[in-house]
Design a protein around this ligand. Structure first.
Ligand SMILES: *[C@@H]1O[C@H](CO)[C@@H](O)[C@H](O)[C@H]1NC(C)=O
Ligand SMILES: *[C@@H]1O[C@H](CO)[C@@H](O)[C@H](O)[C@H]1NC(C)=O
Ligand SMILES: *[C@@H]1O[C@H](CO)[C@@H](O)[C@H](O)[C@H]1NC(C)=O
Length: 603
């Protein structure tokens, strides 16, 4: 079997980077787990350090680059190579689809055309107002450069253009790639993770999906890879994830950060591996394999063994943080494990072992069943704080918080169920997917919020809706101190519900935005391909219509600020994942199964 290829930007997952949201509170009593780096490295370069020039303008690239030894200060002596051999047989993912009647086919194609029209509307807005910039601003026509100014939307959307059969648009975009200069940027820091998933993934995905006919895509991917490789020149070869590229070019020595988001460290795997596979240059794979090895080594020594917390000290490789989630800041680390297994043709068990070890605490502590008025059989991916007491006892406090970002879990667990032969997990995956559909179903706009809270069932089995409990929870969360004593709990709850615009079942909606994210439709699409259940296409159609209704502008599509309002105000942003992922999955779920075939591509 031909090893599965990946389509880069399809696999991009997005980390919710909001430091205000994260509170570092590792209990001080705990002995840090120190994972001493054991990789084989040359001693640090002994070349005398030259005095650094004090400034570097954007154009001044070649001279400055000379200040650094050509292979860096911490060169790798022997590269870890990609496992080779005959790929092992991996279970088929796609379910055979029933034959369609002409009516269902007509309906499906109509839906598919509506998605394509939406894509073209936003793409045209981007072309007109923001060509070669990162994003079009969809409310007030203009652009912003949010990811170093290398045309993020254009690069990220390439494979969707191809997939939708927009070949002329695709070829125009390919021609424009000559204008993108990855040797410099106006930005102070380069975000290694975002650059990897949007640019490197964008090029590689487009290269593979277009049958490797456009060599320029691989050239550009290599330029990005070459650039990013500079961020790995640190004593322990862990990358500087918010990379001060100018300082590095000027020859300053660098070290990984002591507070790195685990997703930013652990989600470079697929793109770097694919780049090594396509270029036959092992250094990219070597770079990420060192990260995977370090992460695996720590896996059983965190506060919640099996999982990794959100924050890691990448310089010391200590994992002391106590905040665990599959949501933002950790998400794609987990997502990449089964995908990396597929990309490597199953030739190493490492990623399977990591995935399987992580699933135990995840199923036990992270996925929860919420109480809902319709007693829905659903699961939501939550979060926990875990700490180990002085005498080694594990203390876990669960948070019944859901995130739109956490919706990727349905697809991940579904894929894991198939490829790792864990049939009992498929029902869990379906309930996770239904949890996201439920959240879309039950809001005023038909759109799920970014972050919300529900009431967890005491256990995952039996759990009847308790109206009194819900009322007292929201009244407790939103007390009205001016309410007369005579007011009943029910009346107070009604008022709180009205003031807060809380749909029944939610106890709080902490972040009411919808920023055009893909995770929910991604999992609905994957579950559809795994099971062939047509109800999932209908769910996707409802989601698509709700999103279209509230996010469309004259120019493109815009994030909304409050999905509980009748007329949600819009934000002047359209991130590249709208065209690169969200609309791609909406399109694919209404397409023939050979479009984004899960048995051919690692998404
Ligand atoms: C790590 O290395 C230091 C210095 O070589 C040593 O003192 C320490 O015991 C090592 N820690 C572990 C966990 O191996
Ligand atoms: C969502 O709504 C649809 C249509 O009303 C319904 O058929 C479906 O069962 C609902 N799904 C969930 C998980 O709430
Ligand atoms: C519902 O919740 C209330 C308030 O916590 C509690 O007193 C009551 O026993 C619960 N009812 C059931 C049937 O569990």
């Amino acid at each position: 079997m031909f090893p599965r290829r990946k389509t880069g930007s399809l696999l991009a997952a997005f980390v919710f980077i909001a430091t205000f949201w994260y509170f570092y509170n590792a209990p001080p009593s705990i002995q840090p787990y120190v994972d001493n780096f054991s990789g084989k490295l040359k001693p640090a370069s002994t070349e005398p350090e030259k005095p650094l020039p004090t400034t570097l303008s954007s154009g001044e690239k070649s001279t400055a680059a000379l200040k650094r030894p050509p292979s860096g200060y911490y060169p790798v002596e022997s590269f870890i190579s990609i496992p080779t051999g005959e790929p092992v047989k991996i279970a088929k993912l796609q379910h055979a689809l029933e034959t369609e009647t002409s009516d269902t086919k007509a309906e499906r194609l109509e839906r598919q055309a509506a998605v394509k029209a939406s894509f073209l509307h936003s793409w045209t807005g981007y072309k007109k107002h923001a060509w070669l910039k990162d994003e079009v601003t969809p409310v007030k026509a203009g652009f912003i450069n949010s990811f170093s100014g290398w045309a993020a939307t254009l690069v990220d959307a390439l494979d969707t253009l191809w997939m939708m059969g927009l070949k002329d648009e695709f070829e125009d975009a390919i021609k424009a790639l000559d204008e993108i200069d990855f040797s410099t940027t106006e930005a102070e820091d380069i975000n290694v993770f975002e650059t990897t998933i949007r640019y490197l993934g964008g090029f590689l995905g487009a290269y593979d999906i277009s049958h490797q006919q456009y060599p320029k895509l691989l050239e550009k991917a290599t330029e990005v890879g070459e650039l990013l490789y500079g961020a790995f020149d640190t004593p322990n070869r862990m990358p500087v994830t918010r990379w001060k590229w100018k300082k590095a070019k000027l020859g300053e020595k660098q070290e990984a950060s002591d507070s790195t988001l685990i997703a930013e460290l652990g989600s470079l795997t697929l793109e770097f591996t694919r780049l090594s596979q396509l270029t036959n240059d092992p250094k990219y794979f070597d770079a990420i394999q060192r990260i995977s090895d370090a992460i695996q080594k720590a896996q059983s020594h965190t506060h919640l063994p099996g999982m990794w917390a959100v924050m890691v000290n990448a310089a010391q490789l200590t994992f002391r943080d106590s905040s665990f989630t599959l949501g933002g800041m950790a998400d794609s680390l987990y997502e990449y494990l089964p995908k990396q297994h597929m990309l490597l043709g199953g030739l190493t068990k490492q990623y399977q072992e990591m995935y399987e070890l992580s699933m135990e605490p995840i199923k036990k502590h992270i996925f929860f069943k919420p109480m809902t008025p319709d007693n829905a059989e659903i699961l939501v991916s939550g979060a926990v704080r875990a700490s180990t007491t002085g005498d080694g006892e594990l203390r876990v406090s669960k948070e019944a918080k859901g995130q739109h970002l956490g919706c990727f879990t349905g697809g991940m667990v579904g894929i894991g169920a198939k490829i790792f032969d864990r049939p009992e997990d498929l029902a869990i995956a379906r309930k996770l997917v239904d949890g996201c559909i439920w959240a879309y179903n039950h809001t005023q706009t038909g759109i799920m919020p970014e972050i919300f809270q529900m009431m967890p069932c005491p256990d995952k089995g039996n759990c009847e809706w308790n109206e009194t409990l819900w009322q007292s929870t929201i009244v407790g969360d939103y007390p009205d101190h001016s309410a007369p004593d005579s007011m009943t709990l029910e009346e107070k709850a009604k008022n709180a519900m009205k003031d807060q615009r809380l749909p029944a079942g939610f106890t709080d909606i902490m972040d009411r935005r919808y920023i055009l994210r893909p995770e929910a439709i991604e999992s609905v699409f994957i579950m559809y391909r795994l099971t062939g259940d047509k109800a999932l296409q209908d769910a996707a159609w409802r989601m698509f219509n709700a999103i279209e209704k509230y996010t469309k502008t004259d120019i493109a599509s815009a994030a909304i600020k409050d999905m509980t309002m009748e007329e949600p105000p819009k934000d002047n942003r359209m991130e590249s994942f709208w065209l690169a992922e969200t609309l791609k999955y909406f399109y694919a779920i209404f397409s023939d199964p050979d479009i984004l075939d899960l048995d051919e591509f690692v998404l």
